[in-house]
Design a binder for this molecule. Sequence first.
Ligand code: ATP
Ligand code: MG
Ligand code: MG
Length: 554
Amino acid sequence: EETKSLNFIEQIVEDDLANGLDKSKLRFRFPPEPNGYLHIGHAASICLNFGLGLRYNAPVNLRFDDTNPAKEEQEYVDAIKNDVQWLGFKWDQVLYSSDYFQQLYDWTIDLINDGKAYVDEQSSEEIREQKGTPTSPGTNSPYRDRPISENLELFQKMKDGAFDEGAVVLRAKIDMQHNNMHMRDPILYRVLKKSHHRTGDDWCIYPMYDWTHGESDYLEQISHSFCTLEFKSHRELYDWYLDQVVDSEKIRPKQREFARRNLSYTVMSKRKLLQLVESGAVNGWDDPRMPTISGLRRRGYTPESIVNFSKISGIAKRDSITDVALLEFCIRDYLNKIAPRVMAVLDPLKIVITNYPEDKEEFVDANYNDYEEGFGSRAVPFSREIYIEKEDFREEANKKFFRLKLGGEVRLKNTYIIKANEVIKDSEGNIIEVHCTYDEDSKSGSGTEASKRKVKGTLHWVSIKHAEKVEVRLYDRLFTDEAPDGHKERDFKDFINPNSLAIGTAFVEPSLKNSEVGDKFQFQRKGYFCVDTDSNTDKLIFNKTVGLKDSFAK
Ligand code: ATP
Ligand code: MG
Ligand code: MG
């Protein structure tokens, strides 16, 4: 039963165990580059790797792949740690590729001594031209056959800072005719005169990703190194590099690839997300419109909903785009189970209940959830003047309009039935208030005949004098196109939706006054909302997380 639900990556591990791999040797890693915040695509990799850790009770390292000092920062390291923990996962160790710079350097000296690496003084354009194409072989660099002693000397000079950036590189000497382009004398080291967020100015040469990744996996004795499909063609090089260092007594890491998770109506690369942040298209990495973990958290997503999304969308062999509606389904489904139901009016219309005494106020007991036990209830104040939604009233309407119309009745949620008698308009003909009368005997739960009276339509409302005025932030998709980065001729930023954020005012019941950042509610009939991090004691701000309707089923 259980094996049926395994994805193909889990099946690889399962097969290795069946073929004799010792279960105690299993070890995984999640290897982000700290050059941006994690996004929902990373969540797939996190859930996969940490999920395997949980499944086999095996350690999972959080390894920062920090070999490019130009783009990496401590801020990103901190944010990544925070996000992984928030998702609910525990790593065994936090490690950094930069911890291995000395070991990589020592191995590199061995490569040079074995005649397997050389210093190339050509420009990057020359090197690129010599690389050939997938269908035509490359040509050898004129520096390829330098004597070992000269390579050692030049590499030392590289390390000592004698060369400018771009002037020289160290390359592995593999095969310029190889049918795999990655095997055509790949670069091992380049000069970068930049401070590293951890090693400072200790180094001015930095190892390339390919030379670093597999060796880091090996040093940590990772049994399975799972990465995304674009690295499939690198696997041969990953293995070649391992061949240079692996000791047969030890675990030899196995690289296997799975498809990246893409989501409709957004982009999912840190580089592109950084452009959105830097151009001001969004208000930071944690803008609630961003597909980042921090943006989703601020929007009101929970770890459970993101983990469930990862589970449902699965691990694929081929690239595809997952419908963002599935992500929305996951958070709606979760919030439906946990969010207290409260009343908030987003677009107010004043109702005056003319037969309700002016000085009177009363409190109605309202369940936080009418259908589930355990949510409790609160007292909601009611008085002569209330707000309902503008769209819930019409002067005239047909029989299918089950809300309030002139001469008609509705029940106010948790309390009385009211009848609309008169419309008050301003000089331009806009309705500014509606005068109603209430049926004094109709209060919900009072047990009277009138309280059981069936009227079509129940409206949410708030008492004007008790209501709290708050800001609401309503979000639309950040992009107008399903695959904004899928257009050859156009930049993804051309598809930014200019109306992705609408800021409005709402009136909420006073029970929400003391809400704290992150608190989540269902605003009845309006959607799920959570308290934004911009809130302060003077002003509550709510983000709309998601609407009530499921558009995924369509
Ligand atoms: P980006 O282009 O967003 O920076 P990346 O692959 O360069 O992506 P890394 O920080 O290197 O980002 O990713 C860490 C791990 O997460 C890698 O193993 C990578 O393959 C995986 N990963 C990144 N993006 C996705 C995605 N969209 N779907 C699944 N896994 C992903
Ligand atoms: Mg990467
Ligand atoms: Mg990247």
